[in-house]
Design a protein around this ligand. Structure first.
Ligand code: CP
Ligand code: NVA
Length: 307
């Protein structure tokens, strides 16, 4: 395992498997009251330059359950919001803390933070990717389906941070990945290049949602306008017409097909309320698994090295 979790492209399939197995064990320990204060006395700085409910709560509760402490830093209220350079922030926080979680806009900023900080840096979402979410997603699908290899993962909607991480995570776990995006909203070129890089990868990019959904074992979707893209909301609403996960689309999938959504959801846009409610158990299990997957990431990255 590397020092940081910056993007799933940096992880091997074995790393992902190790995180998922550790997450399962930590979930078991938490549910059965088994002590798992593996990060006693450790502190995680949590920098948020975008809104959050799940990421903030699951990291803060997660580090607490591991015996440590989570320190919330608002991008706006800290000196980061007044332009203190990221490389200086990195070299300050490493003097006080044992790890940093950051949610921000630019992937380059997160990579720079990790370069300058000698402590682990965890990406809690950038415009490019959302690795912690997708680790929780893979954990959830594996919980329901027992295996990931050979399953078909379908993603409908914007080729955004979620799409990028799902493509990389799904392919690294041996899943078939089929994506449907409107023209002009494709996933990142680096990710599309990765999807082409190994002849064993089964990846397809479609324009018609039904072409991606046929035979799917799990359907993912996400908002049409991500954080930071609010100004494009009306244009996107227009451009994404027809990219809604509805009952007709679900009728094309395999029996027992799951639906996952990282949340928050805009019901009536990317997913109907009917499909959302029919799959609410799976979707809120997915939200819960953020806690367990991130505890695994924190444990593996922040534990004392001699352990
Ligand atoms: N899925 C997710 O990251 O949720 P938050 O934006 O609430 O953290
Ligand atoms: N794509 C969404 C994910 C939110 C968890 C966003 O970036 O806003």
């Amino acid at each position: 395992m590397q020092k940081d979790l910056l993007k799933l492209l940096d992880l091997s399939s074995e790393d992902i498997n190790q995180i998922l197995n550790t997450a399962d064990q930590l979930k078991y320990s938490q549910k059965h009251g088994i002590d798992h204060h593996f990060l006693k006395g450790k502190t995680l700085a949590m920098i948020f330059e975008k809104n959050s409910t799940r990421t903030r709560v699951s990291f803060e509760v997660g580090i607490y359950q591991l015996g440590g402490y989570g320190l919330y830093l608002s991008g706006k209220e800290s000196q980061i919001g007044r332009g203190e350079p990221i490389e200086d922030t990195a070299r300050v926080l490493e003097r006080y803390c044992d790890g940093i979680m950051i949610r921000t806009f630019s992937q380059e900023g997160v990579e720079k933070l990790a370069k300058y900080a000698r402590i682990p840096v965890i990406n809690g979402l950038t415009d490019f990717c959302h690795p912690c979410q997708v680790l929780a997603d893979l954990m959830t699908v594996r919980e329901y389906k027992a295996v990931l290899e050979g399953l078909k993962l379908c993603y409908i909607g914007d080729g955004n941070n979620m799409a990028n991480s799902l493509i990389v995570g799904g392919l690294k776990c041996g899943m078939e990945v089929a994506v449907a995006c409107p023209e002009g909203y494709d996933p990142d070129p680096v990710v599309l290049e990765f999807a082409k890089s190994d002849p064993s990868f089964k990846f397809s990019l479609h324009r018609a949602p039904k072409d991606a959904a046929v035979g799917a074992d799990v359907v993912f979707t996400d908002v049409w306008a991500s954080m930071g893209m609010e100004a494009e909301r009306e244009q996107r609403k227009h451009d994404f017409q027809g990219y809604c996960v509805d009952a007709d689309l679900m009728a094309l999938t395999n029996p027992g097909c799951m639906v996952q959504h990282c949340l928050p959801a805009h019901k009536g846009e990317e997913i109907t309320a009917e499909v959302f409610e029919a799959h609410a158990q799976e979707i809120f299990d997915e939200a819960e698994n953020r806690l367990h997957a991130q505890k695994a990431v924190m444990y593996l990255l922040m534990k004392d090295k001699e352990e």
